[in-house]
Write a protein that binds this ligand. Structure first.
Ligand code: AMP
Length: 181
């Protein structure tokens, strides 16, 4: 993980703007609400520009956004890099043939799906989401990329929660985060 030199005040501006909501969606969770970032057009733009800049020389051919906040940040990153966008969706949303990868949550499990013809050999995927917490969601996205036979450029997120074990889950992956809590 490297820090991004192009916009030295970005981390502080994000930290100031992201809203902490205690006990949402359940007791004990400190929710990082990115909607105030989206409300600030200049900061939203700097955020997606920084994620694109971090991977500009990484040979990215497709940006994969994780439903749903990964769509908000991933689509502008794809446009900034001049590459296609691929939605990684929750089960039952994609209409065409798909690959499914399940992952464990604190209680129960969830899954991500991708259209099986969206990426393949020769593709180099950049996975984008808003928050890295345990890393389970992003690790499932990495497994989807591998199962499609594509390469991985890396994982880019706005926020990482440094006290949670996402680094272990994403060992060997290039990870760029804009602000750590
Ligand atoms: P994880 O799989 O634990 O890394 O969780 C990452 C996914 O859950 C991302 O898609 C986030 O949007 C969401 N998420 C997890 N923890 C938080 C949090 N504290 N605040 C906001 N979103 C979170």
């Amino acid at each position: 993980m490297t820090r991004l030199p192009q916009d030295p005040t970005l981390a502080a501006d994000l930290a100031r703007t992201i809203r902490d909501v205690a006990d949402f969606p359940k007791p004990g969770i400190g929710f990082k609400d990115i909607t105030p970032v989206l409300l600030d057009g200049a900061l939203f733009r700097r955020t997606t520009d920084a994620l694109a800049a971090a991977f500009r020389d990484a040979g990215v051919t497709h940006v994969l956004g994780i439903e749903s906040r990964g769509f908000i940040f991933g689509a502008p990153v794809a446009q900034a890099l001049g590459v296609g966008f691929v939605p990684l969706r929750k089960p039952g949303k994609l209409p065409h043939r798909r690959v499914t990868e399940r992952y464990d949550l604190e209680y129960g499990s969830d899954a991500l799906e991708v259209h099986s013809d969206a990426i393949g050999a020769g593709a180099r995927a950049l996975i984008i989401d808003d928050v890295l917490a345990t890393g389970g969601t992003a690790a499932a996205a990495v497994r989807l990329v591998e199962r499609c036979g594509a390469g991985l450029a890396g994982v880019g997120v706005v926020i990482d929660l440094g006290f949670l074990p996402w680094r272990e889950r994403l060992k060997g992956c290039t990870v760029e985060t804009l602000v750590s809590f």
